[in-house]
Ligand binder design. Structure first.
Ligand SMILES: Nc1ncnc2c1ncn2[C@@H]1O[C@H](COP(=O)(O)OP(=O)(O)O)[C@@H](O)[C@H]1O
Ligand SMILES: O=P(O)(O)O[C@H]1O[C@H](CO)[C@@H](O[C@H]2O[C@H](CO)[C@@H](O)[C@H](O)[C@H]2O)[C@H](O)[C@H]1O
Length: 475
């Protein structure tokens, strides 16, 4: 391991820092798009004996003073002594030798695309051993009774709208088991990652609505505050080959004007089943007046956060605060429990054998990790999925469809989803004036505000979808 907080301009790490300082902000998983950030620390750990496969922890700081944000990114790379034409698509850049021969020249590749790096990842998990040292290092583990991670495998990096980087590993030696997907977390947060904790708990409880676990990588690094911290670095689970992404299915139905009620009702039931298993399996807390007050405070804080992060929300601050304040009048709510936390159509797959299967329990990437592990209202996930039907309708309108037809599609999908969810949960937020209706209205607004910020940072051309929703919800 090497740590090089302030490498001199002649050190080899100086060139690597310069290279990454330019490359990282251009990646899909870069969390602070639109704001300049400087690299403040680089930690390196060899994943294999040759030193080719490395894991880097890159600390970047955007903005100055107390408003500035420090983020630690995981950057898997390979450093090769000669260019590899097969990896041309994954080239990060070239490091020349230092002026007085310090360090060897190297070609730096984006690790998930390089077979040497993905082999080292599998070896780490299968060996259940660690690499690195006391300051920065990683260790692998296989899930008890879980899927077997194939050591000899073909690896393929998934592309698309993702906050992390996922690699599908298909075994190449008999007996060939089910493929495994390895998700490498890109933003390193101290603490257990809920994707690992929640999904593993559900699978261990016998829930077939999540992929089976295979293993994980955890480790320690220097956190944003400069202290040594630990947490998860990667999560390996069953890959459901041949499954369909609910976002693709639903948005195609919205574009074609095809009714989605049957599927949405089934998704509502599946969601409530998962909520019930989570409530049985992981700790719950009563929704006391104090806890509901904390929830209301959190919703107010989110309004302020969103307004500060997105100028598009100017003028909507006051009505938004009024809407979330209504939560304080709620007298009773179901116990708070672990939830999905960032539930939308892209987090659900449809498998011919298993029906709807839920993915990615990491929670909202723009929310601090500690908050994402707190017990919450199951209605937060319901609100997330309702917003997603609105997104599917928004994408149909953007594709040239009539706004009215798309809105009717979303209303039908929404109603069917709520019908399915309430059949299993026994709570029907469609009852006008009910406490569940008040909570759901505030949570839908909260989600739409988050989405405005998410789109401003990641897909500015999409921002009108949640912004229109915020205005509608406040009308
Ligand atoms: N177990 C799986 N089986 C099949 N496809 C998967 C699986 N896990 C993820 N995917 C695909 O990868 C996409 C991104 O996965 P996700 O866990 O949401 O990653 P991220 O946190 O990077 O957004 C999903 O929308 C889905 O299409
Ligand atoms: O899946 P992630 O954990 O990366 O979630 C983030 O990205 C999502 C987009 O990929 C974003 O979801 C928003 O867009 C979806 C359509 O692409 C829509 O279905 C969702 O309802 C909407 O929230 C999610 O908010 C963000 O956290």
């Amino acid at each position: 391991m090497t740590e090089n907080p302030t490498p001199s301009s002649t050190s080899p790490d100086h060139d690597l820092l310069t290279l990454l300082g330019d490359w990282v902000p251009r990646q899909r998983w870069y969390a602070h798009k639109g704001s300049a950030a400087e690299v403040v620390r680089l930690e390196r750990s060899d994943l294999d004996e040759s030193g080719v496969a490395q894991l880097l922890a890159l600390t970047m700081r955007s903005g100055a003073g107390p408003g500035g944000e420090t983020t630690v990114y995981a950057v898997p790379v390979t450093l090769r002594p000669a260019p590899d034409p097969d990896l041309a698509h994954a080239l990060v850049g070239h490091l020349p030798a230092g002026p007085d021969g310090a360090g060897d020249p190297a070609w730096v590749y984006d690790g998930p695309h390089d077979p040497t790096w993905t082999w080292a990842l599998r070896a780490l998990v299968l060996a259940e051993e660690g690499v690195g040292d006391a300051a920065f290092g990683a260790g692998g583990a296989t899930a008890d009774g879980g899927l077997v991670v194939p050591l000899e495998a073909r690896a393929r990096v998934l592309t698309g709208e993702q906050s992390n980087t996922s690699i599908v590993l298909t075994g190449t030696e008999e007996p060939i088991g089910p493929p495994v997907i390895a998700k490498v977390f890109r933003v390193l947060n101290p603490g257990d990652n809920p994707d690992v904790v929640v999904q593993t708990a559900l699978a261990e409880a016998g829930c077939r609505r999540v992929p089976r676990p295979a293993g994980w990588v955890d480790g320690h690094w220097t956190g944003a505050e400069g202290a040594r911290v630990q947490g998860h670095l990667a999560h390996l689970t069953e890959f459901l080959a041949g499954s369909e992404d609910a976002w693709k299915v639903a948005s195609a139905a919205a574009v074609a004007g095809r009714d989605f009620s049957v599927e949405a009702a089934e998704l509502g039931r599946a969601t409530a089943e998962v909520h019930a298993t989570l409530a049985r399996t992981l700790p719950t807390v009563p929704a006391t007046a104090e806890r509901l007050a904390v929830l209301a405070d959190g919703l107010h804080a989110r309004v302020d956060w969103a307004a500060a992060a997105a100028t598009e929300l100017a003028g909507l601050l006051e009505p938004a605060h009024a809407r979330v304040e209504a939560v304080r009048s709620v007298q009773a709510a179901p116990d708070l429990q672990r939830v999905h936390g960032d539930y939308h159509l892209g987090q659900v797959l449809h498998s011919a054998e298993r029906g709807w299967v839920l993915l990615d329990f990491e929670g909202e990437p723009l929310r601090p990790l500690a908050e994402r592990s707190e017990p919450d209202l199951a209605l937060r996930d319901v609100a997330g999925m309702l917003r997603s039907f609105d997104y599917a309708a928004g994408s149909a309108t953007a594709a040239g469809g009539a706004g009215e037809a798309a809105a009717a599609w979303a209303t039908a999908a929404r109603d069917a989803f709520l019908q399915g969810w309430s059949e299993v949960s026994g709570v029907d937020p469609r009852r006008t004036g009910s406490e569940a209706a008040t909570l759901l209205a505030a949570l839908e607004l909260d989600k739409a505000l988050y989405e405005v910020v998410y789109e401003v940072r990641n897909r500015p051309t999409w921002v009108s979808i949640p912004l229109t929703a915020v205005r509608r919800l406040l009308a």
